[in-house]
Design a protein around this ligand. Structure first.
Ligand code: CP
Length: 313
């Protein structure tokens, strides 16, 4: 595989290989010198047209831990603000010798355009495109689920995951549904009707409007951020009403299985889709998801750029 554009492009074997490689690379984080020579001399460009904290930083750390040279490009402050096109930006990156381009873009399909137009010779990794996909988020979520719920098993067969919230605007939900099903998990999506996309019935998951019937069945719940910045209309009466109907608070957490875990891709709207006490509780693995993102993104860069594991020492 040259590019990582969609979680749906991954076979079970591809996904398990990435998760197994991430498990091996996670041991680097425990060392005093957190660096491998694997991608020495390679150049990774982080091309971010949309804001990011977790994804941009963890791709940067991942590439640096593999000894790649890293260039961080944010649209704000670049010639994009003077009107430079995606094509001319890509040709510029090609001219400086990018081996991999990690792209986040507000338009769904921008990474696919970059990969298929022939402007870039290296690998393209989708770090979130519009409301479409965020495959490395799904991989780090699967890695986190596997660590907590699968006792070393390769895939997620039999695990029940409930995804709750603003599915309409969520690239995380789509990538997770695709990947979790590939790995054998059973997925239930919960949202008000206004926050479900057209065509949800074709997704490989169950769909319900009733959070309180779905939570007691779940081994893990993934709360989604309400994406106010993408909303052009009123999708629910008020923040309080949304929180009452679809928020995860301590009372709803008590209705879940005692060993069920709480996930959120971040950034969180504390007090809206998740209460602060649940986000900070010992059932929450939200901070661990961020840490796991580094190992998973190391694995993706390593596998796409054909790093040499023998050099690890
Ligand atoms: N989960 C996620 O993509 O977070 P950022 O927007 O901070 O990268």
């Amino acid at each position: 595989m040259k590019h990582l554009l969609s979680a749906g492009d991954l076979t079970r074997d591809d996904a398990v290989l990435i998760l197994d490689t991430a498990s091996e690379l996670a041991t680097v984080t425990d060392r005093s010198v957190k660096k491998l020579p694997t991608l020495r001399g390679r150049t990774v460009v982080n091309l971010f047209f949309e804001d990011s904290t977790r994804t941009r930083i963890s791709f940067e750390v991942a590439a640096k831990r593999l000894s790649a040279d890293v260039i961080n490009f944010a649209a704000k402050g670049s010639s994009v603000s003077k009107g430079e096109s995606l094509k001319d930006t890509a040709l510029t990156l090609e001219a400086i010798g990018a081996d991999a381009v990690v792209i986040r873009h507000g338009s769904s399909g921008a990474p696919h355009r970059l990969a298929r137009a022939g402007w870039i010779g290296g690998s393209v990794i989708n770090a979130g495109d519009g409301t479409h996909e965020h495959p490395t988020q799904a991989l780090l979520d699967a890695f986190t689920l596997r660590r907590h719920l699968c006792e070393g098993r390769g895939d997620l067969t039999g695990i029940r995951v409930t995804i709750v919230g603003d599915v309409l605007h969520s690239r995380v939900a789509r990538s997770n549904v695709l990947l979790l099903r590939t790995l054998g998990a059973h997925v239930t999506v919960v949202a008000p009707p206004t926050l479900l996309p057209l065509g949800i019935s074709a997704w490989p998951c169950d769909v319900t409007y009733d959070i309180d019937s779905a939570l007691p069945e779940a081994d893990a719940v993934m709360m989604l951020r309400v994406q106010g910045e993408r909303m052009r209309a009123a999708y629910f009466p008020s923040a309080n009403e949304y929180s009452r109907s679809y928020g995860l608070d301590a009372e709803r957490l008590r209705a879940m299985r005692p060993d069920a875990i709480v996930m959120h891709p971040g950034p969180m709207n504390r007090g809206m889709e998740i209460s602060a006490d649940v986000a900070d509780s010992d059932r929450s693995v939200i901070v661990e998801q961020v840490a796991n993102g580094v190992s998973v993104r190391m694995a993706v860069l390593y596998l796409l750029l054909g790093g040499d594991m023998k050099g690890q020492g």
